[in-house]
Design a binder for this molecule. Structure first.
Ligand SMILES: NC(=O)c1ccc[n+]([C@@H]2O[C@H](COP(=O)([O-])OP(=O)(O)OC[C@H]3O[C@@H](n4cnc5c(N)ncnc54)[C@H](O)[C@@H]3O)[C@@H](O)[C@H]2O)c1
Length: 312
C-alpha cells in the first residue's frame, strides 16, 4: 500500500481525491486540514485525519513513511485574497514552504501541488500554454511564489514536484461556503431555493470548466506515470463558456425561469480563461465528461446532500 498525504482534504478537490484513492484500493490516505473552509463531514470514511494548519511544524511527523503528497490546502477565494494579502501570503506561501520542507525531510517520492490558471490572468493568449505567466491578483502572486519555491526545492534538495494548474474545477462538493461561491454552486443553490442568483459584471467573462472526475484521472497519472515528474500541467477542458451561457444551461436543466441579478464586477478576475492542454494530452490524458453530464452531478449533490441537510 502506498501512503498518500492530502493537505486540504476537507475541501472540494481534496475530499474527492481522497475518495478516489480509497476506491482505488492500493492507497492509505492521510489528510491534513485546519477546517477554515472545508468541513469534517465531507472527509471520506477511511482517511486518517489530522486537524492541523499547514503552517504548523506539527505536520512534519505525519510525513514520515509517506510516499506521495498532494498539497491542495490554500486560501483560494480571489476576493478574500484581495481583501487580505498578508494572510494570503502567510497561508499560501509560508504554508506551502512548510509542506515542501516536511516532504524534503521525509524523502517523499513526489509532491503534487496546486497552482492555478490565475497565473495567466493578465495574458491575452487563448488557449494559454503553461509558459504564458502573467499573474496579477494577490492570490495569483502567492501561487507564482510557490512555483519558484518548488523549483528551488527541486534544485537544491532534489524534491520531485509536479505542478497542476487547475482551471475552473466543478462537481460534487465544490466549495459552496465562500462569501462568493464559484458560479456553478452559486447558481444551482439559489435556483433550487427559488431565489435570484447574482452575476458579477455583465456575465460575458468566459471560463474553462473541468469536472473533478477528469481532474482525478490526472491525479492518478501523477502517481503512476514518471513522465509527470518535475513538470507543470494545465488541467482544463480546452473549451470555455460565458457566465451568461452557464446560467442559461443551468436554468434550463432545472426548468427555471428565474432571471439573475447583475451586480458590479469583482476585482482581480480575468476576462477569459481557456486551457491549452497539449502537455497533459501528451501523457495520455483527455477530459471525458461533457458539461451537461458534469452539471448533473453537481445538481444531484446540491439537491440530495447539501440542501437535504446531510452536509453542513
Ligand atoms: N477549485 C478550483 O477550481 C481551483 C482552481 C485553481 C486552483 N485551485 C487550487 O486547488 C486547491 C484546492 O482547491 P479547492 O477548490 O479544493 O478549495 P477548497 O477551499 O474547497 O479546499 C481547500 C482546503 O484547504 C483548507 N485550508 C485552508 N487553509 C489552510 C491551512 N492554513 N491549513 C490547513 N488547511 C487549510 C480549507 O479548510 C479547505 O478544506 C487550492 O490550492 C486552490 O488554490 C482550485
Amino acid at each position: 500500500m502506498n501512503k498518500v498525504i492530502i493537505t486540504g482534504v476537507a475541501g472540494f478537490i481534496g475530499s474527492n481525491l481522497a475518495e478516489r484513492l480509497l476506491q482505488h484500493g492500493s492507497f492509505e490516505v492521510m489528510g491534513i486540514d485546519n477546517l477554515s473552509y472545508g468541513v469534517k463531514e465531507q472527509i471520506p470514511y477511511g482517511v486518517v485525519f489530522h486537524h492541523l494548519d499547514i503552517r504548523d511544524e506539527a505536520i512534519h511527523p505525519i510525513f514520515s513513511g509517506a510516499d506521495y503528497v498532494f498539497h491542495l490546502a490554500a486560501k483560494n477565494c480571489i476576493n478574500d485574497c484581495q481583501i487580505d494579502p498578508v494572510d494570503t501570503v502567510d497561508i499560501n506561501i509560508s504554508g506551502t514552504v512548510n509542506v515542501f520542507e516536511a516532504a524534503k525531510r521525509a524523502n517523499i517520492k513526489k509532491v503534487i501541488y496546486a497552482e492555478s490558471s490565475s497565473l495567466y490572468e493578465g495574458s491575452n493568449i487563448l488557449p494559454t500554454p503553461e509558459s504564458e505567466l502573467y499573474p496579477q491578483s494577490f492570490y495569483a502572486l502567492s501561487k507564482f511564489a510557490c512555483m519558484y519555491f518548488a523549483e528551488a526545492y527541486s534544485r537544491f534538495f532534489n524534491l520531485n514536484c509536479t505542478a497542476l494548474r487547475y482551471f475552473c474545477v466543478y462537481g460534487p462538493r465544490q466549495d459552496y461556503r465562500r462569501t462568493i461561491p464559484p458560479v456553478f454552486s452559486a447558481f444551482i443553490i439559489k435556483l433550487l431555493k427559488g431565489e435570484q442568483p447574482v452575476i458579477y459584471g455583465n456575465g460575458e467573462k468566459r471560463r474553462d470548466f473541468i469536472h473533478i472526475d477528469d481532474v482525478n484521472d490526472f491525479h492518478i497519472k501523477c502517481i503512476d506515470d514518471d513522465k509527470t515528474n518535475s513538470k507543470t500541467f494545465n488541467l482544463g477542458s480546452g473549451l470555455n463558456y460565458s457566465i451568461n451561457e452557464i446560467y442559461q444551461i443551468i436554468a434550463d436543466l432545472l426548468g427555471s425561469k428565474i432571471t439573475p441579478i447583475y451586480q458590479p464586477d469583482l476585482p482581480g478576475e480575468a476576462a477569459a480563461n481557456l486551457a491549452d492542454i497539449t502537455e497533459a494530452r501528451k501523457i495520455g490524458w483527455l477530459p471525458k465528461i461533457d458539461l451537461i453530464t458534469g452539471l448533473k452531478t453537481s445538481i444531484d449533490f446540491i439537491e440530495n446532500e447539501l440542501l437535504a441537510g446531510r452536509i453542513p
